[in-house]
Write a new protein. Structure first.
Ligand code: G
Ligand code: G
Ligand code: MN
Ligand code: NA
Length: 244
């Protein structure tokens, strides 16, 4: 199909762009960023993942595209971010985790770029079907020193089961739990998920922070990392590097 062919060309012609959305700790210090892919389409302009990730997954192109994103992140950690202790989070699709080569690829990337693996976070979206193969691959990645994060935590069917089945370092509280804090002083559900994360000794990231009251609540309840439009939007890499 047309989009698939265009995706192939985009990969060959270098039309993907890496955007970074800054993440801050509770005191407002820059702590790292989430890598978010964009497609600079020659006719249609800058496209966001919603426009093409689905097709990339169904066609299998998510594997080379995902490797491209990982390489970009590795280059940043090895290059301009080397003398910082900033972390980079990369979204990983289920299709990448099902790939037998994924572990080997990440391992050689770490070795070649001499990366500190603890500065790389892989965000696992909850919708993935956790087969035993995927579980053991996740644990192997973690043994390498890479951080695992459960993305969109609380919105999938098996959030709690994942916590039982494999170890992670971080959970990302989905925006749907942060949204009600716009109009309510207290949201018992958000508070409970925070308490759960803390009881398990996990790092907590809140995404979709869009206002001062939300930030205040999250800080008060000890959420470690904040991300959202109120603090910073996803931006091209040079803009992010200007922050250093
Ligand atoms: O800002 P935004 O529109 O970038 O991202 C939309 C969705 O696309 C997010 O849920 C995010 O997880 C996903 N996404 C962004 N970048 C990547 C990527 O590099 N790989 C994968 N698999 N998903 C991504
Ligand atoms: O991978 P994930 O689904 O977590 O990707 C985060 C998505 O949320 C990206 O599409 C990103 O651009 C978007 N995003 C980040 N911060 C905000 C925010 O404060 N509000 C909204 N509406 N979207 C956000
Ligand atoms: Mn994410
Ligand atoms: Na998310």
């Amino acid at each position: 199909n047309q989009l698939e062919r265009e995706l192939r060309e985009a990969l060959a012609d270098g039309h993907f762009r890496l955007y970074l959305q800054p993440q801050f700790d509770g005191r407002g210090q820059l702590r790292g960023a989430e890598a978010l892919i964009r497609w600079q389409h020659p006719q249609r302009g800058l496209l966001t993942p919603g426009d093409f990730i689905g097709v990339a997954e169904r066609s299998g192109l998510i594997r080379p595209i995902g490797y491209w994103v990982l390489e970009q992140a590795a280059d940043l950690l090895h290059g301009p971010l080397q003398d910082t202790c900033l972390m980079l989070s990369v979204n990983v699709s289920v299709h990448q985790l099902r790939d037998d080569d994924f572990l080997g690829h990440v391992t050689s990337l770490i070795r070649e770029r001499q990366l500190a693996p603890e500065r790389l976070v892989l965000e696992i979206v909850e919708s993935l079907l956790v087969t035993p193969g995927v579980t053991s691959r996740l644990q192997a990645l973690r043994r390498l020193g890479i951080n695992l994060s459960l993305d969109d935590f609380g919105t999938g069917y098996s959030s709690l089961r994942y916590l039982q089945e494999f170890q992670v370092d971080e959970i990302k509280l989905d925006k749907v739990f942060i949204d009600p804090l716009q109009h309510q002083d207290d949201v018992p559900l958000a508070r409970s998920i925070i308490a759960l994360g803390k009881a398990l000794g996990l790092r907590l990231v809140a995404e979709g922070v869009e206002s001062a009251p939300q930030r205040q609540f999250l800080q008060k309840h000890g959420v470690d990392i904040l991300q959202g439009y109120y603090l910073a939007r996803p931006e091209p890499v040079p803009s992010f590097l200007d922050r250093l």
